[in-house]
Design a protein around this ligand. Structure first.
Ligand code: HEM
Ligand SMILES: [Ca+2]
Length: 319
């Protein structure tokens, strides 16, 4: 297990890299959502998992984060993902989220088809979260993560997507639906959920404290067969994931609909704006050939941003 000093060393590397590439911090936050759905176990980066359509947008994170495990052998992949996520949240001006270290990695991919699809109905979305112990209010809270980042290159909160905050809820209320997912817009369909959207829209500190609590709970979800000092709320699932959940529904892979205009019409085809893959030539520095993959080509956020992404030209991994 890493010392607090090592953890903070890692976090300062994250922060340095976040400021060099705008796409990175939202990706880290997104990755914790995906790794922890079936338990924070690092399996997200297994080859069988990362390339699944449900993980679209996340593959560039793997070659960025994995080298940390050789630089800092004390950290598990699962802890690395969560460390990056909570550091990202702070970097993006979001709240502090309690995080502990000591998760163990699992060498079996999680079942496919568990992560909620952006096209699912509100009732299916609520049911999916209920099944893992989260209320419909929690769905409203967690969805606020879409105040940052992009969906297939489209800013989720255009003009505001580099800062975590309640502008997401304000845009929903105001009917400014550009860049929103169908599941975002659906939060207005249910009275209870809509009133929480309204509360958050007018009270950022309530949003922050709820997000900190609910996301903190979410990233503490590990399996009980992992010897960890942290919370352990999930049942032991053993280590033989047979082909369970055959979930036929992996369809929407390439076609995630994003609400494109301020009207409520959804476009039937995916909107992919610009966002060319910029290869950050890891030009100079540290001889080793592997260093070129340390900072991967992550797509820049298109649309208005406060702070243009600069080409990092290679990783900054402090010795
Ligand atoms: C409620 C169900 C959710 C659905 C259906 C959903 C779906 C999606 C989709 C389709 C994307 C776009 C990925 C791409 O670029 O192709 C996305 C992005 C993102 N999601 Fe979610 N999400 C959900 C909940 C969450 C939660 C709970 C979090 C974290 C707390 C989260 C964090 C993010 C972030 C930060 C991004 C931006 C990623 C980036 O900029 O690279 N999402 N989500
Ligand atoms: Ca996982």
């Amino acid at each position: 297990q890493c010392s607090p000093e090592t953890i903070s060393q890692m976090e300062s590397i994250f922060v340095q890299n976040f400021s060099q590439n705008q796409a990175l911090a939202p990706m880290c936050l997104h990755s914790a959502f995906h790794d922890c759905w079936n338990g924070c176990n690092g399996a997200l980066f297994m080859p069988e998992e990362i390339d699944r359509p449900e993980n679209a947008g996340l593959p560039p994170l793997k070659p960025y984060l994995m080298p940390f495990t050789s630089q800092f052998p004390c950290i598990s992949v699962a802890d690395l993902i969560n460390s990056c996520a909570v550091t990202a949240l702070k970097f993006l001006n979001g709240p502090d989220v309690p995080v502990y270290y000591g998760r163990l990695d699992r060498n079996v991919p999680d079942p496919t088809g568990l992560i909620p699809e952006p096209t699912m109905s509100l009732s299916a979305l609520i049911a999916a979260f209920n099944a893992i112990g989260f209320s419909k209010e929690d769905v409203v809270t967690l969805s606020g993560a879409h105040s940052v980042g992009v969906c297939h290159g489209v800013p989720m909160c255009p003009g505001h997507n580099t800062s975590f905050g309640n502008h997401y809820y304000q845009e929903l209320i105001e009917g400014d639906l550009s860049g929103k997912l169908p599941t975002d817009v659906e939060l207005l369909e249910d009275n209870t959920m809509r009133s929480l959207v309204q509360q958050y829209a007018s009270d950022n500190s309530q949003f922050f404290s709820d997000f900190s609590r609910v996301f903190g709970k979410y990233i503490s979800r590990i399996h009980c067969n992992q010897t960890s000092t942290g919370p352990c709320p999930l049942e032991d699932i053993g280590d033989s994931t047979t082909s369970t959940s055959t979930s036929s529904t992996t369809t929407s892979s390439s076609g995630i609909p994003v609400v494109s205009s301020t009207s409520s019409s959804t476009s039937s085809s995916p909107i992919i704006i610009g966002s060319p893959i910029v290869i950050s030539g890891s030009s100079s520095s540290s001889s080793s050939s592997s260093s070129s993959s340390l900072f991967p080509p992550v797509p820049p956020i298109s649309g208005p941003i406060s702070n243009p992404p600069s080409n990092p030209g290679g990783p900054i991994i402090a010795a």
